[in-house]
Write a protein that binds this ligand. Structure first.
Ligand code: CA
Length: 355
């Protein structure tokens, strides 16, 4: 009793001392975060929520970030512009949605047959990637940060079997970024649609096939109800980085400690989301196959080989489109080639040994 009283009093005294200091430092900083995801969507939307909550917690309440789902404040594909012009101070999405702004942006989300999650993080944080990304987005009045990773995605949902590359011909498929360009070269029609429209588009026949993320998210959207075959691997998205976009003026107006808190909260979510996907994907895959009787199929080796060769063509062409793409690709490719040598004798060798 005595001890509790003492702590209570000490706490009260402490807050008396601290409270005026906080009041003097100014009002709570309130930010809006617009996202390309449906509100509270597992993994992606909840990852954005977690990021906002962490910034609040780590700043001791000096910053509060309110999260908006797609269409609540702006539509999914207007997140980039909204943050750039300051309608919202922050955004959460994926860089390949902005290839209309800059082709080079795609390298910071996913490259077909490119880097996996572990390698993306290696390149971004310790291989020069982050500096290039920061430089690229500066032109758009934005500060970027990696803020999530899905791990290797799934190849997608189809209503027919893919036995050869010819089966992709004439196929209208939702597949974003460079993967979409590869599909086009294989004779298909890539479509870019926000996640919330996939189910109805597939059901209505507006599209023939779609990829989304992986078992955890695809189960949540109920895609198994509108397509029979579930293909792997996600050759087009081997470890997609999600991004946080921050309005440059809003970021620069923060004191140094809050800037550090915002960027480090992104780093925490970047790692945490990957851990969440790793844990949830395997459980969801089990549910899809056992409860919903999804037909799980591997792309034939020959199809993957051809897709890889088309991917190499597409990526090489993007890489010479402009100075940004040239610089980013040079760095990306150098890292990929070097890390491949290392991962062949570490991760790959281990997976093979474990079976
Ligand atoms: Ca995807």
């Amino acid at each position: 009793m005595k001890r509790r009283e003492f702590i209570k009093q000490a706490g009260a005294a402490g807050s008396l001392l601290v409270a005026p200091a906080i009041a003097m430092a100014g009002k709570t900083i309130r930010w809006k975060m617009v996202t390309t995801w449906p509100k509270n969507f597992p993994g992606l939307g909840t990852g954005a929520n977690k990021l906002a909550a962490l910034i609040g917690e780590m700043s001791g309440g000096r910053m509060k970030v309110k999260v908006y789902g797609a269409k609540e404040l702006v539509p999914a594909f207007e997140v980039f512009d909204a943050v750039s012009r300051g309608t919202a101070e922050m955004g959460h999405g994926a860089a390949y949605y902005w290839k209309g702004k800059s082709e080079a942006a795609q390298f910071f989300a996913a490259v077909p047959f490119g880097l996996n999650a572990q390698e993306m993080n290696g390149w971004l944080y310790h291989g020069g990637g982050m500096a290039l990304w920061t430089k690229l987005y500066e032109r758009f009045n934005l500060v970027p940060a990696a803020a999530g990773n899905t791990g290797v995605q799934m190849g997608g949902w189809f209503n027919k079997e893919i036995k050869s590359l010819a089966d992709l011909r004439g196929l209208k498929m939702r597949i974003p970024g460079l993967g979409g360009e590869v599909l086009k070269r294989a004779g298909g029609t890539p479509v870019s649609l926000p996640g919330s429209e996939l189910y109805t588009s597939l059901q209505s026949g507006n599209i023939d096939a779609t990829e989304w993320v992986g078992p955890y998210n695809d189960l949540a959207f109920g895609l198994y109800k509108v397509a029979k075959y579930y293909y792997y691997p996600g050759w087009h998205e081997p470890g997609t980085t999600l991004e946080a976009l921050i309005n440059k003026q809003a970021f620069e107006a923060l004191p140094a400690d809050l800037q550090s808190i915002v960027l480090n909260a992104c780093k925490v979510v970047n790692q945490d989301m990957l851990a969440e996907y790793t844990a949830r994907n395997n459980a969801a895959l089990h549910t899809l196959v056992t409860r919903h009787k999804v037909k799980l199929r591997a792309f034939p080796e020959d199809v993957l080989k051809k897709l890889k060769s088309l991917s190499d063509e597409v990526v090489a062409e993007v890489a010479v489109k402009d100075a940004d793409s040239r610089a980013v690709y040079a760095s990306f490719r150098k890292f990929r080639d070097e890390v491949r040598a290392w991962h062949n004798v570490s991760e790959l060798a281990y997976f093979r040994a474990r079976g």
